[in-house]
Design a protein around this ligand. Structure first.
Ligand code: ZN
Length: 249
């Protein structure tokens, strides 16, 4: 079976890059462009584009989302500025089958909290600590191409308790130099859509240039591809039972 080219939109809040010189030095063209570059390098057949908060409708119009298979989401400072109409729209598309990859501080985005139905809070510390991401399930599609673990030399710490529903699929657990652990690669299904939360990606570190991080995001995009067969989005009245229909034939 030949599969269609995956259409990926990388959404970036695009605020820190313009307000924090440290972030601008690492990501002069924005974090979203670097995430998109990583996807293009690893998924050459995919159609990868970007969208930002500052664009009309945050770059996520009805028609654009209708032609999006997988959306990645990085936000932090401006979660509150994301329009509720766009959040409703993204949620509806996830229920229809669009994949959603939520990155790092996106844990507190309106769309992730909406889809999880919980506060999505966690503990954190910004101390440039080493993070070791352990692979929980080597057979999982998102873990392909990785070793038993990989490390990032400097990251922000996120720790438990992470107030999300128990993941349907646990792909990574992180350990930090300070001793904390965190469920850092979590798969969910909502309606027809797959959701993957992936923890690394604090804006003051070059995390989205890391080869393993790029591999995970690319694997997750493939994993989150919309299903071919879908649940119906209605409650039709089944007036005739299958037996009755069969008896008439
Ligand atoms: Zn952060």
């Amino acid at each position: 079976m030949t599969s269609q080219a995956l259409r990926i939109v990388v959404w970036g809040e695009n605020v820190h890059e313009h307000t924090n010189p440290q972030v601008a030095a690492i990501y002069p063209r924005g974090m979203h462009t670097v995430i998109a570059d990583g996807l293009r390098a690893l998924l050459p057949a995919a159609q990868v584009s970007t969208a930002t908060l500052q664009e009309a409708e945050h770059g996520l119009s009805e028609s654009r989302l209708a032609e999006t298979d997988v959306l990645t989401w990085w936000g932090h400072k401006a979660h509150g500025n994301v329009s509720d109409a766009v959040v409703d729209r993204v949620q509806r598309r996830v229920h229809e089958g669009m994949g959603l990859i939520v990155l790092h501080s996106g844990h507190y985005s309106k769309i992730f909290k909406r889809l999880m139905g919980t506060t999505c809070s966690l503990t954190w510390r910004e101390a440039g600590e080493r993070e070791r991401l352990w692979v929980c399930n080597p057979g999982h599609p998102i873990a392909q191409g990785l070793g038993t673990y990989f490390e990032l030399p400097h990251e922000e710490m996120y720790g438990e308790p992470f107030a999300v529903p128990p993941p349907d699929e646990q792909v990574f657990i992180s350990w930090f130099e300070g001793g904390e652990v965190f469920r850092s690669g979590n798969g969910y299904t909502r309606g027809n859509g797959k959701i993957f939360y992936f923890r690394p990606g604090h804006e003051t570190y070059p995390t989205y240039f890391d080869a393993n991080v790029r591999r995970v995001i690319a694997n997750a995009a493939e994993w989150a591809r919309p299903p071919v067969a879908r649940w119906m989005d209605s409650c039709p009245n089944a007036k005739n039972s299958p037996e009755k229909i069969a008896a008439k034939v």
